[in-house]
Design a protein around this ligand. Structure first.
Ligand SMILES: *Cc1c(COP(=O)(O)O)cnc(C)c1O
Length: 376
C-alpha cells in the first residue's frame, strides 16, 4: 500500500499524460510554451481569481509575494507555528522576522486569539513593523478567513494565503486560492494537485501585482527579456509540467477531489470512537492533502505507527517540530506560547490518503488501528 499512490494515478491517466508530454517533445517549446498560459487560464477560472502566475515551486511563489509587497528588514510577518518550514523560511529570506502564532487543536489552522496576541505584543514592543499574516490551509482545509480578514483589517495587515496544501478546498462556494490579498500554491508531486517535479503558482486579482510577478519571475524583465528593470529571479513552471498539470487538473475536477472527500468520510465513520478525528467546520470543504488523526500521547503514536508498518501500512508525522523549535529559528524571539502546536507535534499521525485508495484498503487500515489501540 502507498501513502499517496502516484503510480496508480499514472496508470489511470497514462494515455493522456504520455500524449501531452509527447506533444511538448515534438514542439520543443520547453520554456513558456503555450501550455503554460493555457494552464494559467484554467487555474484562474477554477479558483475564481483574475490572474494566475505560475512559477518554479510553492516556496518561490511565496517569496515572490514578499518581494511584491516589499517586505524587508524590520518587518514582522505572522506565521503559524504548525506548518511546513517554507511558510516561515520565506519571511526570514526576505530579511523580515517571522513571528509564530498557535493553531487550533481541532482544525490545525490559525488560532485567532493567539494571532491577535502576537500582533499586539509586536506593536507594544515597537521594534518591528507588522506587515502581513501568512495563513496556511493546512492538510487541505482552508483557514478561517472570516476571522483572519477581520484581524487584518483591524491592524492594517495583508494576508497571504499559503494554499500549497489547500488547492481544491472551499468555504461555501469560494475556492482556496481566492482568500486574502494574494494566494500561493505548490504543484510538488504529493500535493492535492501535483506535477512530475517542482511547480507553483500565485493567484491575485490585482493587475499591477500580476505584471510585477511576471517580471520578477524572469530576472526582473522589462518590455523584453534582455531589458532588466529590477532585480528578480529565475522561477518558471516549465512547459512539460504545465502539459502534465492540464491532464491532472481535468481528473482532479472530474473525480479526484470528490474521491478524497469520500475516503475522508469513510475514515471518519470507522475511526470516530477510536481516535481524535480532524474537524471540518460547517460550510468548509477540504482537499485532504493529509488525513491526520491525533493519539493520546507520543508513546501511543509510536506504538501505532510501528504496528501499522508491520502490516505494510505507511503513515507519516506532519510535523515533528513546531516552527519555533527549529534550529534555523533558534534566534527568533517567541512572542506567544504555542501549546497546541507542541501537543500536536507529539500526537498527530497522517494516514494513507489519495484519490485511488480503495474502500477495502481503508477498511484494512481502520481494522488494524482498532486492533492496535483496542486489543491491548
Ligand atoms: C509544500 C509546501 C510549501 C512549499 O511548496 P514547494 O513547492 O515544495 O516549494 C509551502 N507551504 C506549505 C504549507 C507546504 O505544504
Amino acid at each position: 500500500m502507498q501513502f499517496r499512490d502516484l503510480k496508480e494515478q499514472y496508470n489511470v491517466l497514462e494515455k493522456d499524460i504520455n500524449k501531452a508530454i509527447q506533444s511538448v517533445l515534438s514542439k520543443c517549446n520547453f520554456i513558456s510554451g503555450d501550455e503554460v498560459g493555457e494552464l494559467e487560464e484554467l487555474l484562474a477560472e477554477y479558483v475564481g481569481i483574475k490572474h494566475c502566475v505560475t512559477c518554479g515551486n510553492g516556496t518561490d511563489a511565496m517569496s515572490m509575494m514578499m518581494m511584491a509587497w516589499d517586505i524587508h528588514e524590520g518587518d514582522a510577518v505572522f506565521v503559524p507555528d504548525f506548518t511546513f518550514f517554507s511558510s516561515g523560511e520565506i519571511v526570514a529570506h526576505a530579511g523580515a522576522v517571522p513571528v509564530f502564532y498557535d493553531v487550533e487543536l481541532e482544525t490545525y489552522n490559525a488560532d485567532i486569539n493567539s494571532l491577535e496576541n502576537a500582533i499586539r505584543l509586536v506593536i507594544e514592543e515597537g521594534n518591528l513593523r507588522p506587515r502581513a499574516i501568512i495563513a496556511v490551509d493546512l492538510f487541505g482545509l482552508p483557514a478561517n478567513y472570516t476571522d483572519l480578514e477581520r484581524l487584518a483589517e483591524k491592524y492594517n495587515l495583508r494576508i497571504l494565503e499559503d494554499s500549497a496544501q489547500g488547492f481544491g478546498g472551499k468555504i461555501g462556494v469560494k475556492r482556496a486560492g481566492s482568500f486574502g490579498d494574494a494566494a500561493t500554491t505548490s504543484f510538488f508531486p504529493a500535493k492535492p494537485l501535483g506535477c512530475y517535479g517542482d511547480g507553483g503558482a500565485i493567484f491575485t486579482n490585482d493587475d499591477e501585482t500580476a505584471k510585477y510577478l511576471r517580471s520578477i519571475a524572469v530576472h526582473g524583465k522589462g518590455k523584453v527579456k534582455y531589458d532588466n528593470i529590477r532585480i528578480g529571479m529565475n522561477s518558471r513552471l516549465d512547459t512539460l509540467q504545465a502539459a502534465i498539470l492540464k491532464v491532472k487538473l481535468e481528473a482532479f475536477k472530474r473525480y479526484e477531489l470528490y474521491n478524497v472527500n469520500k475516503i475522508a468520510e469513510m475514515y471518519n465513520e470507522r475511526l470516530k470512537d477510536i481516535v481524535t478525528l480532524p474537524v471540518t467546520p460547517e460550510g468548509f470543504y477540504s482537499s485532504w492533502a493529509q488525513y491526520t488523526i491525533q493519539l493520546n500521547s507520543s508513546g501511543q503514536r509510536e506504538k501505532l505507527q510501528q504496528y501499522l508498518r508491520k502490516h505494510n501500512i505507511p503513515t507519516a508525522v506532519y510535523y515533528i517540530k513546531p516552527m519555533h523549535s527549529q534550529l534555523a529559528f533558534s534566534r527568533n524571539k517567541e512572542y506567544v506560547e504555542c501549546k497546541n502546536t507542541e501537543k500536536l507535534c507529539n500526537t498527530v499521525l497522517s494516514l494513507p490518503m489519495h484519490p485511488y485508495l480503495s474502500e477495502k484498503d481503508c477498511d484494512f487500515i481502520c481494522m488494524n488501528i482498532k486492533r492496535c489501540l483496542l486489543d491491548s
